[in-house]
Design a protein around this ligand. Sequence first.
Ligand code: ASP
Length: 297
Amino acid sequence: MDLISVDDLSDPLLEELLRRAGHWATHEPDAATRHLTGRQVVTAFFEHSTRTLMSFEIAARRLGGSVTRLPVEMSSVAKGETLRDTALTLDAMAPDAFVIRHPEPGAAREVAGWMATPVINAGDGAGEHPSQGLLDVATIRRHVGHIEGLVVAICGDIRHSRVANSTAKLLTRLGAEVRLAGPARLMPEGHDGPDGIDEAIGGADVVMMLRVQRERLSEDLGDAPGEYLARYGLTGERLSLAKPDAKVMHPGPMNRGVEIEDAVADGERSLIRAQVAMGVATRMAILEMVTGEARAR
Ligand code: ASP
């Protein structure tokens, strides 16, 4: 099977993935559970990445699999080969899973239509980022204990964020109240939620900050140094509006001093590195699932 959108997951599959992610967060695979042994995972990232790329590759290896990365800049894409021909070429090499990141929303779905290989969407422009949504939910479950009834404020550049898309859908589906807030220019069209960051954060259990995706903005925001942080960023002062034990999250990469203050990012309420650790565990669960090796146990 493919994993293109969190909407592709039935309730039982979602539950099984979160359970398996929780399992791999606390267990090392052994000879009997290295379910990707003898399997080949191909990664092709047409946009930059540190966490997603590395954690998919580490996850595959931890489960005994082999990884081959398409060096996009050295590939025939640079000679003008189309995405379809690239996908068909890699498919003919019969890997067991294909992990793709691409700047065009919908690209991963198109690729999945061309390939027999199971395809995992590792981010398609401002579309979806299902593995991030899953790891965010798995992190909250592990460190807060439950999702239902939580108030989660997701703040910043919502308009360009595939993370906001996937994470908000999953949180809402699992019974959390999601509040989206950000500068008006960075909110999706037609959004009608709390107007301000302070209202969204007020009384929240979790505050998730998002990066300003300047690479997807046609012009600069025109903010003076420090202005974005003061108006929209997560400072210690703003965090004090949330519940006293509220957790702080950020999918990374962080613009320190822009959407988040250092002391908050590195503070004891921060789950940011826990998200990274859960990223590996979640991607192990995803790779097991798409390669057909997830078993009830
Ligand atoms: N790493 C996340 C993504 O690829 C968030 C970001 O880039 O700001 O969508």
